[in-house]
Write a protein that binds this ligand. Structure first.
Ligand code: MIC
Ligand code: SF4
Length: 647
């Protein structure tokens, strides 16, 4: 059967279900990745499942988010993660090695494989032709235990690229153009599969910039073919033997086509406070800028930082702003040091940060009050930078560096000749910061080290047939997981401690949420469209669950958050008639008959005396998981039953 790349990979990994758009399929997962901010929970859950070793082809644990170490908490987590990796047969990338997605692309990603990662930007590996999806930590734990990963078979959008990018226009502008066209929920239920002649003009790291930020469209994943360019990249990373060709068939049929003429693209920028709020730099004009931050898993590759270093040569960062760089990996830094380009960055006065997520997740470098910050990152949600009233713009490294030199938003095409950069034939491969899995016998003897920051997992009970309580909060459209469970230097270190982190749920939206939830002994959340967009952090479900949230009632959900709600036993419901959103207010007393969750549910608003019809997209298995109180109690029960049937 003719196929797109997506269909070909899925055909080889489907364990249950078929190529039917929208139908649930269970996929075999070859690889997993975790990062430290979601990893501690994922590994506590893996431990609770009770396996002796990971069952995947390989799994990797990275440390890149929680690296500030303002006290013992992050260091505790890192020690725990290292010991867990050694105990269960997992690769461990030590802190200082770089950002998970950049590193996975350089050293691990394989074309044709399936990957899930406890980070929403896991699709970065789609740049190499890997079918890579973000997931909640518990789903990653289950995949490490050998369980399949379930998704709705996606619609496949062919993003046909034609032509070639002009100087000073780059991969970031391509994905910003995609976002301009389809916005932050245009990708829901879809895979963005890149095709067309223009693909051949993009390097693997350019492609990875595009698949990385594809996440912001809400899509299941994004993917590029694995072609001669992929082969050359893998050879230059010393991984030639892992390359396989992966192209769509000539008669492959896409469900939809988006065509982008690369020749005609110009520098783009996403305006506050949404990655979908895109305009051309020219349209926005010369606004004064206070900070420029370059890096993140979107734009921290060697190519990107070489452009920045060369554009800065002989120049100084404008006196009116601060410029920061967080390189993607140690490999990138080694090259910049070796070529002397690092010196240009230092001389120009750029503040060089650690090879980690850093400012992207509010770990340092928060802008000043009311500041304008131009960043090469992928998200500009309000407050994410650490400064509630900052205006964050998202753009390419070219726009960022041109702005850093001039002090105001600057179209890089006015900067002069495009720098000639020399990319290495062979990358400097040095895996000395990656600990390999230990042989089973040695692994079994490893002691897992837990400091006081690693709190035990909360335990949840099965759900009743009727849920009753008050509305704890009513929110609008496009609420992100950063609104629900903020990150940043203060809160991120609490990721391994649910009782503590739950005090910050909805902090920036309603600072009394925690107290309201406590006083009401739990209740409901009501919201608008695309509820839970953004990250994969399961804490945005786990912490509300801990506070007694029983159901979330909204107009529509983002994919990963929906799965996380199910995993932690919070019932995700949607209005049959979206106007019914107006018939519920904060603190209304509700009663919802969920029964066995097979069909629609009835909501009685006791305060207003109205009845509202709710629906859901739950499969029978989802319903079973929910009724059991979440995936962990459910999987433990399944494993126990399996064990008993063997005995
Ligand atoms: C993010 O970019 O928001 C994060 C931090 O990487 C999250 C994961 C997390 O919250 O730990 C993500 O994208 O999934
Ligand atoms: Fe890290 Fe930012 Fe990438 Fe998330 S988006 S993985 S915080 S660099």
């Amino acid at each position: 059967m003719a196929g797109t790349i997506t269909e070909k990979i899925l055909d080889r990994h489907i364990l249950e279900g078929e190529r039917i758009r929208g139908a649930e399929v269970a996929l075999h997962i070859d690889n997993t990745l975790t990062q430290d901010a979601t990893g501690t929970m994922a590994y506590l859950q893996f431990e609770a499942i009770g396996m002796d070793r990971v069952q995947t082809q390989f799994s990797v644990s990275f440390v890149d988010h929680n690296t500030l170490q303002t006290d013992y908490k992050n260091a505790d987590d890192h020690r725990f993660l290292q010991s867990i990796a050694q105990r269960y047969g997992i690769y461990f990338s030590r802190p200082g090695n770089g950002i998970c997605h950049q590193l996975f692309l350089e050293r691990f990603a394989r074309p044709g494989n399936t990957l899930i990662g406890s980070d929403s930007h896991t699709p970065t590996a789609g740049g190499i032709g890997c079918f890579a999806m973000g997931a909640g930590g518990l789903d990653v734990a289950c995949a490490m235990a050998g369980a399949p990963f379930r998704i709705k078979y996606p619609q496949i959008v062919g993003v046909r690229l034609i032509g070639k990018l002009q100087p000073w226009v780059s991969a970031k502008d391509v994905i910003l153009e995609v976002l301009r066209r389809i916005d932050v929920k245009g990708g829901v239920g879809k895979v963005l599969e890149y095709c067309g002649e223009g693909v051949k003009t993009l390097s693997v790291t350019d492609r990875a910039t595009i698949t990385n930020m594809g996440t912001e469209t809400g899509c299941t994943t994004s993917i590029f073919p694995s072609d001669e360019i992929t082969k050359a990249f893998m050879e230059s990373q010393g991984r030639a033997e892992q390359w396989v060709e992966l192209l769509p068939d000539a008669d492959a049929v896409y469900d939809e086509i988006i065509e982008i003429d690369l020749d005609r693209l110009e520098p783009m920028i996403a305006l506050p406070h949404s990655p979908g709020n895109v305009k051309t730099v020219r349209e926005v004009g010369k606004i004064k800028v206070d900070q420029v931050s370059i890096g993140s898993c979107t734009n921290s590759s060697l190519r990107d930082l070489k452009i920045v270093a060369n554009a800065l040569k002989g120049r100084t960062v404008h006196a009116g702003l601060h410029a920061t760089i967080s390189p993607g990996s140690r490999q990138v830094v080694e090259h910049l040091v070796e070529s002397g380009e690092y010196l240009e960055l230092v001389r120009a006065g750029v503040r060089i940060m650690e090879n980690a997520c850093g400012p992207c997740i509010g770990m340092g470098c928060a802008p000043s009050s009311g500041a304008v910050s131009v960043r090469t990152f992928n998200r500009n949600f309000k407050g994410r930078s650490g400064t509630a009233d900052a205006d964050v713009y998202l753009a390419s490294p070219e726009v960022a560096v041109a702005t850093a030199i001039n002090g105001y938003l600057f179209d890089p095409r006015e900067l002069g000749a495009f720098p000639e950069i020399q990319m290495p034939d062979q990358y400097l491969v040095n895996d000395n910061m990656i600990l390999k899995p230990l042989p089973q016998q040695e692994a079994s003897a490893v002691e897992i080290i837990r400091g006081p920051n690693i709190a035990p997992l909360p335990v949840f009970s099965p759900l009743d047939d009727t849920l009753a309580g008050k509305v704890l909060i009513k929110v609008e459209d496009n609420i992100t997981t950063d609104h629900i469970m903020p990150a940043g230097a203060k809160i991120l270190p609490l990721r391994s401690n649910i009782p503590e982190i739950s005090k910050y749920v909805f902090e920036a939206v309603d600072s009394q949420f925690y107290h309201t939830a406590k006083e009401c002994s739990g209740g409901f959340i009501v919201g608008g469209e695309n509820y839970g967009q953004g990250s994969s952090r399961e804490h945005a479900a786990l912490a509300p669950k801990y506070l007694g949230v029983k159901a979330v009632i909204v107009k529509s959900f983002a994919r990963i958050h929906l799965a996380n709600l199910i995993n932690f036993g919070i019932v995700p419901l949607t209005f049959v008639n979206p106007e019914d959103y107006d018939r519920i207010d904060k603190l209304d007393e509700l009663e919802i008959e969920i029964g066995n969750l097979k069909g629609n549910c009835t909501l009685h608003n006791r305060t207003k005396g109205v009845t509202i019809e709710l629906t859901h997209t739950l499969s029978p298995l989802d319903a079973e998981i929910l009724k059991a109180g979440g995936k962990l109690p459910w999987i433990k029960k399944v494993m126990e039953e399996r064990k008993q049937s063997y005995e």
